[in-house]
Design a protein around this ligand. Structure first.
Ligand code: GLN
Length: 489
């Protein structure tokens, strides 16, 4: 039998439907492989019993001829930021160690209702703050990709680095991620996988540990645009428990992959040609535009003039919201508690021991920009610039249907690169604008750099027009024909 872990979701669904293999065999193949690739540290918690029980239930549904869901029997990993009932949910933080939610996040509930099988909870940067997975309390995740002829371990991107590494290494057929400033698209780009951040409001945030509530959005990482379309269809939908989730029908995203992009207007934003961009990335970007043109798209240069303010704006708004969201971890209700001589001392000791360095830095920045003396100078100003960034996109989308950019300024880097936090923040230069504007964005693997590492191209769409975005990304994927695999997978 072929290696079941190498199938796409689309192929696995066909195989399950025609009884070539069972959901149990599919789950077992992944669980076995997880055992051999533990060195990647992609999972914080493995849930083999749950996986087998869900797979068996799926097999019973098929045997009984019952109606099956869009992901019936498909083994996936869940970023450990989604609350899963009765299963430890850490957010990559010491402060939540041992926390077992008594409720299920809406997105994971939707996935399980669609028949998905959970292999385990995937590692991430602490509270989803980071671009490398280095900030996880549960250790680094190793990218399955290596530079040619060089055995140095590389980062899988972040914050959904466990998700991207697992999907790339074939220890999950797909995974959930969350994206506040790039955390789905950047790790997808660094691991040769596809990741889509849908429009803000497309997926419910209920039951996802909050980082920056006005920016956070869930989405899938998968091995093809089609797989992401299937996953997103199951994850999305209105949820009365999240007032920012939008009451709109969820389209059949798979149907939008028509292969026809004739007449599509593709924008190339000139401001994304940032200083010091490597030739390789610039060339790949041009190649991407040429691929779309060959298929009948029209390429237009556009301007997004406020792009240069996006990173500073994001690094004010995101920490501001985080400092408020993280105030709830006080040692009383969740996870860790370090006793003290008074209530205040207990708070202080718990938070001092429970949060890592990057999280503390963000809380400090956030508290500072929200403080009485600086609110107007920083936070209010950032909100105004955010509105201008959205306006840039609104103007651009009068001229084009989608926008093409690089996903990241570099390929996967080493654990000792980008040690300076500001350097690390620069990883998000092409992705944060999309979160600030609430738009959907997708990263598609488009080629390899000179050292054999994957590089991604990003496409950005209009709000709630994931269909055009997926159709365009599918066309890009077809032309790029990215088939490379990390060694040993
Ligand atoms: N890298 C960005 C940050 O550190 C984005 C994180 C995310 O999207 N969750 O904030």
């Amino acid at each position: 039998m072929t290696d079941l872990t190498h199938l796409t979701i689309a192929a696995a669904l066909d195989g399950l439907a025609s009884r070539k293999f069972s959901a149990r065999e599919l789950a077992d193949a992944h669980l076995k492989k997880m055992g051999t690739l533990k060195n990647l540290n992609a999972y914080i918690t493995e849930t083999p019993e749950k996986a087998r029980a869900q797979a068996d239930a799926s097999d019973r549904r098929r045997a009984a001829g019952e109606k099956v869901g869009a992901l019936d029997g498909i083994p996936i990993g869940i970023k450990d930021l989604f609350c899963t009932e009765g299963v430890q949910t850490t957010a990559g933080s010491h402060i939540l160690e041992g926390f077992k939610p008594t409720y299920e996040s809406t997105v994971t509930k939707n996935l399980f209702d669609a028949g998905a099988v959970m292999l385990g909870k995937l590692n991430l940067d602490e509270f989803a703050m980071g671009s490398s997975n280095k900030t996880s309390y549960y250790g680094n995740v190793i990218n399955p990709w290596k530079r040619q002829g060089d055995n140095t371990d590389l980062v899988p991107g972040g914050s959904s680095g466990g998700s991207s590494a697992a999907v790339a290494a074939r220890v999950a057929m797909a995974a959930t991620g969350t994206d506040t400033g790039g955390s789905i698209r950047q790790p997808a780009a660094l691991t040769g996988t596809v990741g889509i951040k849908p429009t803000y409001g497309r997926c419910s945030r209920w039951g996802i540990v909050a980082f920056a509530s006005s920016l956070d959005q869930a989405g899938p990482i998968g091995r093809s645009v089609e797989d992401c379309a299937i996953m997103l269809g199951a994850m999305a939908g209105h949820d009365p428990k999240d007032s920012t989730s939008v009451e709109m029908p969820v389209p059949d995203f798979r149907k939008s992959l028509t292969g026809d992009i004739r007449g599509l207007r593709v924008g190339i934003p000139k401001e994304y040609r940032v200083d010091g961009m490597s030739r390789e990335i610039g060339d790949l970007w041009a190649k991407g535009a040429a691929w779309l043109k060959e298929q009948g798209a029209e390429i237009r240069e556009i301007s997004l003039p406020h792009t240069k303010y996006a990173l500073p704006t994001y690094y004010i708004i995101a920490p501001a919201e985080a400092s408020s969201n993280l105030a709830r971890y006080d040692g009383v209700r969740f996870g860790l508690r370090v006793p003290g001589n008074s209530l205040d001392e207990m708070y202080e000791l718990t938070r001092a021991a429970g949060f890592g360095k990057e999280v503390k830095r963000r809380i400090l920045i956030g508290t500072y920009v929200l403080s009485a003396g600086y609110y107007d100078a920083y936070y209010l100003q950032a909100q105004k610039v955010r509105a201008l960034i959205l306006r840039d996109f609104t103007e651009a989308f009068k001229q084009v249907d989608v926008i093409l950019t690089p996903s990241t300024p570099s390929a996967a880097f080493g654990f000792h690169d980008n040690e300076d936090p500001v350097q690390m923040y620069l990883q998000d230069v092409f992705t944060v604008t999309v979160n600030l504007a609430g738009l959907p964005g997708i990263s598609v693997p488009a080629g390899l750099d000179a050292k054999g590492l994957p590089l991604g191209l990003q496409m950005i769409g209009r709000g709630f027009d994931e269909e055009t975005l997926l159709r365009s990304a599918h066309a890009l994927e077809k032309a790029a024909n990215f088939t490379a695999l990390p060694a040993g997978v």
